[in-house]
Design a protein around this ligand. Sequence first.
Ligand SMILES: C[S@@+](CC[C@H](N)C(=O)[O-])C[C@H]1O[C@@H](n2cnc3c(N)ncnc32)[C@H](O)[C@@H]1O
Length: 309
Amino acid sequence: MKDRLARLGLPAAAVLSIATAVLAATGHLAAAVAVLGVALAVALVGLHLRLSVMTREQRARSTRMQKALADHDATARRQTGVVRADIAAARVHLDTLPSDVVYLQRLVDAVTSDDRPLPALGHWAVTTRSVLAIAEEIRRLGRPVTILDLGSGSSTVLAALVVRARGFGGQVWALDADPAFAEETRGYLHGHGVDEFATVLDAPLIDVDLPDGSTALWYDLAGLPDIGPVDILFVDGPIGAIASQARYPAFPLLADRLPEGALVVLDDTDRADERAIVRRWLDVEASGRRLEKVRVQGRATLMRVRSAS
Ligand SMILES: C[S@@+](CC[C@H](N)C(=O)[O-])C[C@H]1O[C@@H](n2cnc3c(N)ncnc32)[C@H](O)[C@@H]1O
């Protein structure tokens, strides 16, 4: 109503002014003076109302601007936090790089004298630290080992080389959702003469049912034969981009194959999504098993299987 009056005030005063002029021109001076008075009053009220509407609009605009600035500030703070964390992680990586190089060189020298190229480590592939953790577990067990590698590649080839070099026997089973990538890994295994120590299985991603009643896109285990108890489960797939917490199903769906004491290594726990998976795994019981955190090594988190009872 106030807005309407503010809008109508000045046009109404203009109409009244015209009426004043007409009355004056036609000799109705008294009426002209009266209408002029009304016109002035209407103009004043109209101006006052227009001013108060403008002030209110200006206040609302400034509140909106303040909120936008506060949102912008919060976003900038969040982004600064992310960049700081990235820089800190990069510093840790740089600090540990020389020792990683030395330890990896020692490991590679110990497991192969073949100078054919090995698949790259880091970035998409397993990191040196995770390879060292797997190699150390194979050494510690000192008996035939069964390794299940979710997401084939460098991890499969290096684990197979370590199994062969240790000489206790054992087998690496790798699942890959990407047939081309699986074939590339088979090529490396063959090239390094370790295909008898590792099998890469094509495992397309399908909808799977989880024990909690939910469904998820995850590996089709139909092609995985009975491989017996798994000593080391390395979880580096499926790729995170397919869904949020895409690797979560690994523990609930494979727990019945993991004996007490088995080592579970989840890669990429420098990412929030994988850290959330660790939290959920440490909280959940599956097939009478729980997971206990051992340590964070590089960008992987190491956990041990414990009996839930
Ligand atoms: C994180 S990768 C697994 C890497 C593997 N554990 C290794 O150490 O090399 C997970 C899956 O992503 C796919 N993948 C790996 N590298 C890729 C690349 N460079 N581009 C696209 N897909 C890739 C493969 O299907 C692989 O199984």
